[in-house]
Design a protein around this ligand. Sequence first.
Ligand code: ADP
Length: 192
Amino acid sequence: MRLVLLGAPGSGKGTQATRLKEALGVPHISTGELLRAAVAAGTELGKQAKAVMERGELVSDDIVLGMLEERLGQADVGNGFILDGYPRNLAQANALDALLARLQQPVDVAVQLDVGTELLVQRLAGRAQQEGRADDNPESVRNRLRVYSDQTEPVIDFYRQKNRLICVYGVGSVDEVLARVLAAIEGASGKS
Ligand code: ADP
């Protein structure tokens, strides 16, 4: 199963991806986590990404694609993957499409977690207190939500036009949302 998870910051992508990984038996690949690991390790790439991430802007497409390509080349992705945080704009969506076509491993399904803006802001404020992530400050959160609606929302249409999109209501307990996602994936794979 090759799955792309789409959703605004705070929509629960990371949480659901962790659970889906267990349920589907495929690795969870989060470009945000790969970047945070590079920042923590102090690599050249991490140094370049750090300030951009703290402002809530997008790291350059080239850097993220290179990092992703390397990750997708590892042995554990043979049975598929859950991609979280990528693609984040149309250029990335096209790059991923080309990369996966070359690997003969196209995306099976894109799942969009649908959560209203007010709840997103509340959740991100809560996370800022609990986890203290450098990009959960109010200014950066506003930026990330703006980047999402300007640049990432068009990616939803990209997958809709390819008949690969499933929209799942993302409000409720983690278990409820997980059950909805699994049911939707099952329904979609039954169709094709
Ligand atoms: P969230 O979606 O909650 O903001 P992520 O962990 O997915 O958190 O991403 C954190 C930050 O990492 C983003 O704001 C951005 O700066 C950077 N980032 C993650 N994925 C990408 C990507 N595909 N392209 C560019 N930048 C990215």
